[in-house]
Design a protein around this ligand. Structure first.
Ligand SMILES: *Cc1c(COP(=O)(O)O)cnc(C)c1O
Length: 366
């Protein structure tokens, strides 16, 4: 047997250690996970009711067309239902875009470093990934534009960018889209869209009206707090959505995911409170970093990439021993940085206290 040649070099995804395992291994009673940008406040209480109501239907396939969810979401966003597509997380929509748009030898443009699933899925299709280095942790749009040619099929823009948290503005994205030829599908991955508090974040639904070659990805995994239910969505021109739908598995999102998403959209008060708490958390952590003499990239999602000026692996391990799980930059090609999810106020305070201790334990340049 032989697999297809495009996957031979791919690593198997290595998940972080579960909280229970960390507790057992290190003999800790309390472990705080600030590694996957999950919502520290969980999800809306209305979600639980929606899930309970759906328990009676476990034996029935979900609605493959997500009709009820689409009605609610289309109205909420002010788009037509034929402009929406759902995936088992927006991860799956990334996969479907690669599957629908890329064949062997096509070119696809993305930043480095950015969300790894773009490259992963494009490589499986045999596409050539053109990676454009970030500039000061931010997408370098002119450099990305310079890499676009007649072979380019898809361009990926992660905004805010994971793992750096930086953002590109409405005006920057608009000028960029004006210069991009219409044969290129531009993916705006807005997984952290709802956290944004600046007036400059792209009004991407407006851009979509001007540029039918744009598709916007959003998710219920982050601020909506439904990560385990695996549901995300894409918004695009009906023709683009139709193409992605052609490769979609018939029942790719679950009844629970759809029902929970409907309930979650209807509770915008919860979303508002999470957005506010997150902004306060960022302000608090940034203030503390200043006190500790550390710097971070401007954070526009629910996570902060901090330069700890010490080997990331050592800082990651030392924090782990104190019961705080973060993402070590050593795994992301940022050798002296850590990426930390903004938690609840109490979690943020514990993180800062642990970090302060770790800074005294791990020598600069160790
Ligand atoms: C978390 C994340 C996603 C997708 O999450 P799903 O759970 O698959 O919806 C997509 N893009 C970025 C940049 C993310 O950080």
């Amino acid at each position: 047997m032989k697999t297809k040649s495009t996957i031979v070099h791919l690593p198997v995804y290595q998940p972080g250690k579960p909280i229970e395992e960390v507790k057992r291994e290190l003999g800790l009673t309390e472990v705080i996970k600030l590694a996957s940008n999950e919502n520290p406040f969980g999800s809306s209480p209305k979600v639980k009711e929606a899930i309970e109501a759906e328990l009676a239907n476990i034996s029935l396939y979900p609605d493959g067309g997500s009709v009820a969810l689409s009605e609610v979401l289309a109205e909420f966003l002010g788009v037509d239902t034929n402009q929406l597509i759902y995936g088992a997380g927006s991860d799956e929509i990334i996969l479907m875009i690669a599957r629908a748009y890329l064949v062997q030898g096509d070119e696809t443009v993305m930043a480095t470093h950015t969300f790894p699933q773009y490259k992963h899925n494009c490589e499986i299709e045999g596409a050539v990934c053109i990676e454009v280095p970030l500039k000061d942790g931010t997408h370098d749009l002119p450099a990305m534009l310079a890499k676009v040619n007649e072979k380019t099929k898809v361009l990926w823009l992660c905004n805010p960018n994971n793992p750096t948290g930086t953002m590109v503005s409405h005006d920057e994205v608009e000028s960029f889209l004006k210069a991009i030829p219409p044969h290129v599908l531009v993916v705006l991955d807005e997984a952290y869209y709802e956290y944004n508090m600046t007036g400059e974040y792209p009004r991407s639904l407006e851009l979509l009206k001007q540029f039918p070659n744009v598709v916007i990805l959003r998710t219920f995994s982050k601020i909506y707090g439904l990560a385990s239910l695996r549901i995300g969505y894409g918004i695009g021109h009906p023709d683009v959505i139709r193409s992605i739908n052609q490769v979609r598995e018939p029942f790719n999102t679950s009844r629970f995911g759809q029902a929970a998403a409907i309930a979650a959209i209807k509770d915008q008060e919860f979303i508002e409170s999470c957005r506010k708490a997150n902004a306060e958390g960022i302000a608090y952590i940034n203030g503390e970093l200043q006190r500790l003499g550390l710097s971070a990239f401007p954070a526009h999602g629910n996570f902060i990439m901090i330069d700890v000026k010490r080997p990331a692996k050592l800082v990651f391990e030392a924090l782990l021993r104190k019961g705080i799980i973060v993402r070590g930059g050593h795994a992301l090609d940022f050798p002296t940085s850590i990426r930390v999810t903004v938690g609840s106020r109490e979690q943020n305070e514990k993180f800062v206290a642990a970090l302060e201790q770790v800074l005294s334990e791990v020598e600069v340049g160790a």
